[in-house]
Ligand binder design. Structure first.
Ligand code: ATP
Length: 303
């Protein structure tokens, strides 16, 4: 069976359930999150073997995350327990002009070390996927870059820029993202991220696939524009991660990367991402049974 492995942050998303600044908000809800974890869940829902390599604390939130992933059929043997650091956590306000968040440092996933890596899982995966958040702190940054350099299979990178995590280290951020892009066969970025990086002299290009997401307008795969699937979104959180999950599954399904296949993959990824916006939360990729109702999905999932 084809396995796709994600590596990176696994954290508790503590999301405000009332409007207002995080300073004033009193009510929150706890959800499992972290972009690579969201991608791993999306891949499992799309019917592929999926694993996550990460680190949690020896605490109730760590148990919550591992159990939540297990319930989603994501393999958790790559998730190790930190004896000292607590499970990662982020407080988020999603409503308002721009989403704001407080992401805690000194947590377990940022303490991912070389000895924590389950090489058996990594080596039995056809794609290894990562993003930039885990690269913002040490030692997780050195660990993940080391893993990615040693991987003999397809590498996928989601730019996932979070400027707030690199305060006063703008140059370090740019050089790190540049290095990650160079290591990747598949690069996914949003249109805004591409503009930002190109303005700073960084070319956003994967050796095999460059996927640029454009919100409701859809996406561009290696320059081929694929229009978005029309929906009335309820919550776009995790749409990018849903897109990435479907993109990776689509790439595994096709025999070769032709323009025709890229268009099929793009339509499939746009469909999956659009449908994910109809449900709340970051784990909102529809299951295979539901997707088979759509022609765009059958064209990929039946391959
Ligand atoms: P995120 O915002 O989740 O961090 P991102 O920046 O990649 O990720 P977008 O470009 O907004 O996210 O969206 C990713 C994909 O989701 C798009 O390429 C598209 O397929 C789908 N999508 C997002 N918003 C909409 C929408 N309003 N209508 C239809 N599809 C959408």
């Amino acid at each position: 069976l084809v396995m796709i492995c994600s590596i990176g942050e696994l954290l508790v998303d503590v999301i405000a359930t009332e409007e207002g600044d995080l300073k004033d908000v009193r009510l929150f809800e706890k959800h499992p999150g972290g972009a690579p974890a969201n991608v791993a869940v999306g891949i499992a829902r799309l019917g592929f073997d999926s694993c996550l390599v990460s680190k949690v604390g020896d605490d109730p939130f760590g148990e919550f995350l591992v159990e939540s992933l297990r319930r989603e059929n994501v393999k958790t043997d790559g998730i190790v327990k930190d004896e000292e650091k607590h499970t990662g956590i982020v407080f988020v306000q999603l409503t308002g002009v721009s989403p704001s968040f407080i992401l805690y440092d000194g947590v377990a996933y940022f303490n991912l070390r070389r000895e924590d890596i389950n090489w058996e899982l990594i080596n039995s995966s056809r794609i290894v996927h990562f993003g930039s958040v885990i690269l913002a702190r040490s030692p997780s940054r050195e660990t993940v870059l080391d893993v990615i350099k040693r991987v003999k299979t397809i590498v996928s990178f989601d730019v996932n820029l979070r400027l707030d995590l690199w305060k006063n280290r703008g140059e370090d951020m740019l050089r790190t993202i540049e290095e990650a892009i160079k290591l990747a066969d598949i690069v996914k970025a949003s249109e805004e991220e591409v503009d930002y990086l190109e303005d700073n002299g960084i070319e956003v290009e994967g050796k095999l696939i460059t996927a640029i997401t454009m919100g409701s307008k859809g996406a561009k795969l290696n320059g081929i524009q694929v229009p978005g699937y029309k929906v009335n979104p309820v919550d776009t959180t995790g749409a990018g991660d849903a897109f990435t999950a479907a993109l990776l599954v689509g790439i595994m399904k096709v025999r070769e990367i032709t323009n025709e296949n890229l268009e099929k993959i793009g339509k499939f990824a746009n469909l999956v991402a659009a449908l994910s916006t109809l449900k709340r939360g970051a784990w909102s990729v529809p299951k295979v049974e539901e997707l088979l109702k759509y022609k765009e999905a059958r064209e990929i999932l039946r391959l």
